[in-house]
Design a protein around this ligand. Structure first.
Ligand code: FMN
Length: 457
């Protein structure tokens, strides 16, 4: 089962972060050899999944937004690679048939889909993939998505989290409603299912009323992997209670370490083993055989950024402010803190720390959406990753590929050998399921502190 033996060397966990259209950097799709069509071309994903599985990555993570982004702003819509993307659970189900060990995780927002449907779909992916499914719990950050559901669901952030907490409790209770040996399927006795091992959940909470049980067999990994990526106080409260894996977007070691230590302490306060919660900051790696080559790759990618589209991408993290009113080439403006979401705070933090102009911050945003960017030779890159890992700011990383396949090919060819040379990354999968490879045993999910819901799995 899961590998939590403290005598074994601590190895980095590595996920590959994609969006349903694959190139993370806004200019990445314009690179001559990039997959510009991955939003509609499944074969690109087969190639990518097989490639990262043979390199022994922990998981492929597919982030998501529901509708096309920025359709109300035609200049931006026309110039951003966000018009089409494959639905992540459908995509991952298909990829599970062409892979054997790679973890397969997707974002599904709690605001729009009934929890029974989500529980059923992710449990099905888990069975189809033989225990490799993960769910990234987001409460929904994109107001335009709500319009696809009669404008239901886009409540203020605090309320979205209260609802999200209950949602997760319903989903995990449904997953626990079918015990591992619930289906004897005994042809001689004629007993297909054991009713004593299948349970109603009888959940009646503030937002959801779900009787259960689930109509999908038990998980091959005990429970699908739960991922969460909120940085706010409410986000940390949810992730420290339920998440196996936590994604973050920090661009400084100090911020990342503060987050790491705070969330691990919160997890311990819930009675959880902090080592069984894996924190993976996002990082965009631009690697070259020389530092100059890496510099040139970044300059080329940045030359393809449309500044208006870049401003629009940043605007999601700064919903109360019209960034277009500020001069681009002057120091980053003073902004009212109340108008910022977590990602906006990251932008401001980065601007102040490095004394950047608005244009420079826009370029960073269009590249990595306020995630950490590192460039240089493999040795320079791995020095920094190792510093975050050994300095307890990270248990591994979520790799944002500026473009595909070039960025992942570079990482596999140049960065992984250096990580392996320093005994920081595996040479073979430890187990068969995602949970085994992450080294996260199944443990009961602690109850919310002030929980009014009747069932918590
Ligand atoms: C690595 C990473 C991936 C994320 N993926 C998604 C996503 O796919 N869809 C989405 O709507 N939000 C996504 N988010 C946003 C967060 O889940 C969260 O909603 C956001 O950080 C705001 O929450 P907070 O106010 O608690 O920080 C992601 C965040 C991070 C750091």
């Amino acid at each position: 089962m899961a590998n939590s033996d403290s005598n074994l060397p601590r190895l980095m966990k590595l996920a590959v972060l994609t969006r349903g259209n694959s190139n993370y950097h806004a200019g990445g799709w314009r690179l001559p050899d990039s997959y510009a069509d991955a939003g509609s071309n499944f074969e690109r994903w087969v190639e990518l999944a097989r490639k990262i599985e043979s390199a022994k990555f922990d998981m492929l993570f597919v982030a998501d937004a529901i509708g096309p982004l920025e359709f109300d702003r035609h200049h931006v819509f026309a110039r951003s690679p966000n018009a089409d993307r494959l639905e992540p659970l459908t995509l991952l189900s298909a990829l599970s048939a062409v892979t054997k060990r790679l973890g397969l995780a997707a974002t599904v927002a709690t605001s729009y889909k009934p929890p029974y449907d989500l529980a059923r779909q992710v449990a099905s992916l888990d069975l189809i993939s033989h225990g490799r499914a993960g769910w990234n719990i987001v409460t929904g950050v994109i107001p335009a998505d709500a319009a696809q559901y009669g404008d239901e669901g886009h409540a203020p952030p605090a309320e979205r989290y209260v609802r999200g907490e209950e949602y997760v409790d319903v989903v995990t209770a449904l997953w626990a409603s079918v015990e591992p040996d619930a289906f004897p399927r005994n042809k001689e006795s004629g007993i297909y299912a054991d009713p004593d091992k299948v349970h109603f959940i009888n959940h009646k909470g503030k937002y959801y009323s779900v009787k259960g049980p689930l109509s999908v067999g038990p998980s091959p990994q005990g429970r699908p992997i739960l991922i969460q990526a909120g940085q706010s106080d409410d986000g940390r409260a949810l992730s420290s209670r339920v998440a196996d894996v936590i994604f973050t977007a920090h661009s400084s070691f100090e911020r990342a370490r503060e987050f790491y230590s705070d969330v691990k302490q919160r997890a311990a306060a819930f009675g959880r083993d902090p080592e069984a919660v894996k924190i993976l900051p996002g990082v965009m790696i631009i690697v070259g055989r020389t530092a100059k080559e890496a510099e040139e790759k970044q300059a080329q990618l940045n030359s393809w950024i449309d500044i208006v589209a870049g401003l629009a991408r940043m605007q999601v993290g700064l919903p109360g402010i019209d960034l277009a009113q500020y001069p681009l080439d002057e120091p980053f403006p003073e902004l009212p803190p109340a108008a910022m979401a977590s990602r906006g705070i990251n932008y401001v933090d980065m601007a102040r720390r490095e004394n950047l102009t608005l244009r420079q911050v826009v370029l960073r945003g269009a590249a990595s959406n306020a995630h950490w960017i590192i460039k240089g030779t493999a040795v320079q890159i791995v020095d920094q990753l190792e510093h975050w890992f050994t300095g307890r700011a990270a248990d591994g990383f979520n790799l944002l590929c500026s473009s595909l396949p070039a960025a992942i090919d570079d990482i596999i060819e140049l960065v992984l050998p250096e990580l392996r040379c320093r005994n920081l990354f595996r040479t073979e999968y430890e187990g068969r399921t995602l949970r085994e490879n992450l080294g996260i045993p199944v443990a009961p999910i602690p109850r919310q502190r002030q929980n009014s819901a009747e069932s918590c799995g």
